[in-house]
Design a protein around this ligand. Structure first.
Ligand code: FUB
Length: 326
């Protein structure tokens, strides 16, 4: 008896330390900083930048106020930047600082972000006054400070959030978003990124249009991928030969966890494809006894035919990241 209780901690401690040493998820984005909706980009300096929304501790109904960025060269050590922008800096919104995205064009960095005002009444939806739109902020630096570039949302109708920018090889920027009665639509951005040009294009999704959030588009080997949290939960994808479709549905590449929302981005870094997403975990420092959101990352692998292999959530993430093309 004495032997077992004496010996146990000596066995358990190295085990615990090795688990901690192998764990990278959630990403080490700073103590007591709750981040969600990670949008990852590699900019001309060769570093990885992840733009996130910021959850307030125990926040009610996704009332959120500002945006952050995190940068790294080795995906092990991260620098925190922010807040990059806050709803206090906006004349047209005072809440709902939701999932951002970013782009680099014409030597400037652009942050596209959803923000809104009003109140969502879940008991009596007809009394809701909540509205959301998409703004654009600009900076000379990838880590800000960002300034509202328009002083207004890009449009007021339709209600829209979760913007995602894709810039094709010819320099044309496309804005995908989640919109009320406007999902699976895309619009071209003007060259100065301060307005949209042309009409909203309703894309052909091959007849499969579940409720969506957080779209993300990327290109690999000449094929375009439209990825999204289907029904706000499982990550699914479509493929096409153009950024506006027609899209062919390809299925689920990450299952949901705890029946909670997910939001992701996909990027190639030094020859490795990566999936950034968020997980829901208890935070031991928080007085809030419920799961809260944290950013995470996994490797993403493709099959020979370009289809995406299913991704499992891991504690290790990309611990000990090894570039495929250093
Ligand atoms: O973070 C607020 C909202 O939750 C995002 O905009 C959605 O995609 C969901 O993750």
């Amino acid at each position: 008896m004495y032997y077992r209780s004496f010996i146990k901690p000596f066995i358990a401690l190295p085990l615990l330390l090795s688990v901690a040493a192998n764990a990278q998820n959630p990403l080490p984005f700073g103590d007591q900083l709750l981040t969600a909706d990670p949008s990852a980009h590699v900019w001309p300096d060769g570093k990885m930048y992840v733009y996130t929304s910021h959850d307030l501790e125990c926040q009610a109904d996704f009332h959120m106020r500002d945006w952050y960025a995190f940068s790294s060269s080795d995906l092990q050590h991260w620098e925190t930047h922010g807040p990059l922008l806050s709803v206090d800096d906006l004349d047209w919104a005072d809440n709902f600082a939701w999932a951002p995205d970013a782009a680099y064009k014409n030597g400037k960095y652009y942050l596209v972000f959803p923000a809104g005002t009003g109140y969502k009444d879940r008991q009596n939806p007809e009394k809701s006054t909540k509205w959301m739109g998409i703004g654009v902020a600009v900076s000379d630096s990838p880590t800000g400070p960002f300034k509202d570039a328009i002083g207004a949302p890009l449009w007021t109708e339709p209600y829209a959030n979760d913007p995602s920018l894709f810039i094709d090889d010819d320099g044309q920027a496309y804005l995908y978003f989640h919109g009320k009665n406007a999902d699976y639509q895309v619009v071209k951005m003007s060259d100065d990124m301060r307005s949209v040009k042309g009409d909203f294009i309703k894309m052909d999704m091959g007849g499969y249009e579940p409720k969506m959030e957080g779209p993300w588009v990327f290109k690999r080997d000449g094929k375009y991928y439209f990825t999204m949290p289907e029904n706000n939960r499982v990550l699914t994808y479509y493929m096409a030969d153009s950024p506006t479709g027609p899209w062919e549905y390809k299925g689920v590449f990450m299952d949901s966890e705890h029946d909670s929302n997910n939001h992701h981005s996909i990027v190639e870094y030094q020859g490795q494809w990566l999936l950034f997403y968020h997980i829901w975990r208890m935070a031991d420092w928080s007085g809030c006894h419920k799961r809260q959101r944290h950013s995470a990352v996994e490797y993403l692998h493709f099959n020979e035919d370009g289809t995406i292999q299913k991704v499992q959530r891991t504690k290790e993430g990309v611990k000990g990241f090894k570039p495929a093309n250093p």
